[in-house]
Ligand binder design. Structure first.
Ligand code: NAP
Length: 253
């Protein structure tokens, strides 16, 4: 038996899009580090309930919560429920995201606007919702899940690349604005990770990408989650406004 507690003991985390993929792995990783976790979902109630059940079954504490991260009223209700249940919110992981790929010349307005809304505006909405609580606590960790596409661009993803680049810029701006309140804001930028999201990427594109990745494989959700967990720890206190690329060495500046 150890006398030392877990690093996130007593803390509360909200993980958007926690029902599957990378968000699921983040919810589990934060819980293993001691946090109580709100597992947000939009449609996949079963997935979020499964993740929460797994955490609660292991002796952690989690609650699934359905909310569209683009809708301020939904997000406000989710954060109010979090505060009512656990009285604080220390960590916000803006992970929910989608792709709607098409070559630029054929991209429709709805593909452009929906991706900007879900992958970028959602972070604005969610940070606004948690900010009063974090400022009152004088402490917070916000981690935004961006993408390598937002760093380097990616053919067929002008909407997604623009949204994720915007998310990186939002990260840097908020890192400056919120640091005086004891809140750090960072991002992770994953390369290709084995989730539902890459199921729609053409096979020949994945084969091309694979031969360019030095470690010779795509990443796992758990490998992204460990980077997110690190940035969410109290000890990451002097890392602020940073984008941590998690891509097996694919793109090196
Ligand atoms: P995924 O398996 O497709 O899961 C997406 C998650 O986002 C789901 O939990 C989904 O909820 C949620 N979501 C989507 N729209 C939402 C909304 N309006 N409100 C609330 N939740 C919403 O994707 P993933 O691969 O885990 O991606 C997670 C994040 O990593 C995204 O931001 C993505 O852009 C980023 N990323 C992924 C990769 C990759 O290769 N996989 C690479 C770079 C970055 P439901 O299950 O309820 O629908």
């Amino acid at each position: 038996m150890t006398l030392l507690g877990l690093p996130l003991d007593g803390q509360v985390a909200v993980v958007t899009g926690g029902s599957r993929g990378i968000g699921r792995a983040i919810a589990l990783a934060l819980s293993e580090a001691g946090a109580r976790v709100v597992v947000n979902y939009q449609h996949n109630k079963t997935g979020a309930a499964e993740v929460s059940g797994l955490i609660n079954g292991r002796g952690g504490r989690a609650m699934p919560y359905g909310a569209d991260v683009c809708v301020p009223a939904d997000v406000g209700t989710m954060i109010a429920a979090t505060l009512q249940r656990w009285q604080r919110v220390d960590i916000l992981i803006n992970n929910a995201g989608v792709t709607r790929d098409a070559p630029f010349a054929r991209m429709r307005d709805d593909q452009w606007h929906s991706v900007l809304e879900i992958d970028l505006t959602s972070a604005f909405v969610c940070v606004q919702a948690v900010l009063p609580a974090m400022q009152q606590q004088g402490y917070g960790r916000i981690v935004n899940v961006a993408s390598l596409a937002g760093v380097a661009g990616n053919v067929g993803q002008v909407n997604y690349a623009a949204a994720k680049a915007g998310l990186i810029a939002l990260t840097k701006d908020l890192a400056r604005e919120l640091a005086p309140s004891g809140i750090t804001v960072n991002a992770v930028a994953p390369g290709y990770i084995e989730t539902d999201m890459i199921g729609v990427v053409p096979r020949r594109h994945l084969a091309w990408a694979l031969q360019a990745i030095p470690v010779g494989r795509f990443g796992s959700p758990e490998e992204v989650a460990s980077a997110v967990r690190f940035l969410a720890l109290p000890e990451a206190s002097y890392i602020n406004g940073h984008t941590l690329v998690v891509d097996g060495g694919w793109v090196m500046p």
